[in-house]
Design a protein around this ligand. Structure first.
Ligand SMILES: [Zn+2]
Ligand SMILES: [Zn+2]
Length: 239
């Protein structure tokens, strides 16, 4: 009775188009059918969608990964292609700290990539600078990391810090993005032999995740998997 009254007073809306939906759903049928899930064929290294399978082999590498010797993480996986629809979900997570939207995406991530994300020792969110955390009141990747932690039973480690305030990566070239985050992070401690899930909301060029992975590898991390809710396509950006 109370639940029915609550549903009547606060009808659930689709996280993308805000139309009213049934209390058990997260998206309307139309939006859900239009979301682009990252499915095979994907690059085994960065996890981006391959335009076409390179071969019948299970282990396939995109052109970018095959020529780039400065990739410090070992695997990358994302749930959704970053487009107008997924951008609205990311907005809910990033700007509104929406736990419902985060939980839904994280559940889908774990269902999709369970064997890859489930065998980590620690979950580490990409940090914001402390001044941003103070203004916003939270760090969006930490919200995702905490939900992942609850589902997987893996501890969150918040020791990775952004020690330098960086400019937004938007409207920057790949070279400028790499320069912008260079030496912006630090980790106090050792991660010798640890397998890490490095968590962010969106991956575009991967420059931020790659710089974090570089720092974590310097502390001894053995295997780093980058997890994001969404990622751009290979043709949009390069690592
Ligand atoms: Zn909708
Ligand atoms: Zn790749």
């Amino acid at each position: 009775m109370i639940r029915r009254m609550f549903d009547w007073l606060f009808p659930r809306c689709c996280y993308i188009c805000r139309t009213e939906i049934s209390p058990d759903a997260m998206f309307c049928a139309k939006c859900f059918s239009e979301l682009v899930f990252i499915d095979s064929p994907i690059c085994s290294r960065c996890g981006k969608l391959l335009p076409t399978p390179n071969s019948l082999e299970e282990y396939q590498i995109c052109v970018d990964c095959s020529v780039n010797d400065k990739i410090h993480f070992d695997a990358g996986r994302a749930l959704l292609l970053y487009n107008d629809l997924s951008r609205r979900i990311i907005f809910q997570i990033k700007k509104r700290a929406d736990i419902g939207a985060t939980r839904t995406c994280v559940r889908m991530l774990v269902i999709r990539f369970g064997p890859i994300v489930g065998n980590a020792d620690l979950i580490i969110p990409v940090p914001s600078h402390w001044t941003q955390n103070l203004i916003r009141g939270y760090n969006p990747p930490s919200i995702i990391a905490n939900e992942l932690s609850k589902l997987l039973g893996i501890q969150v480690d918040n020791s990775l810090k952004r020690i330098r305030k960086t400019e937004s990566q938007s409207n920057k070239t790949i070279a400028e993005r790499i320069e912008n985050v260079n030496s912006a992070f630090s980790y106090q401690g050792r991660l010798t032999g640890q397998r890490i899930l490095l968590v962010d909301d969106v991956r575009t060029t991967g420059a931020t995740l790659n710089e974090c992975a570089r720092i974590l590898k310097l502390t001894g991390a053995s295997f780093i998997t980058c997890i994001t809710i969404a990622t751009t396509s290979i043709k949009d950006t390069k690592i």
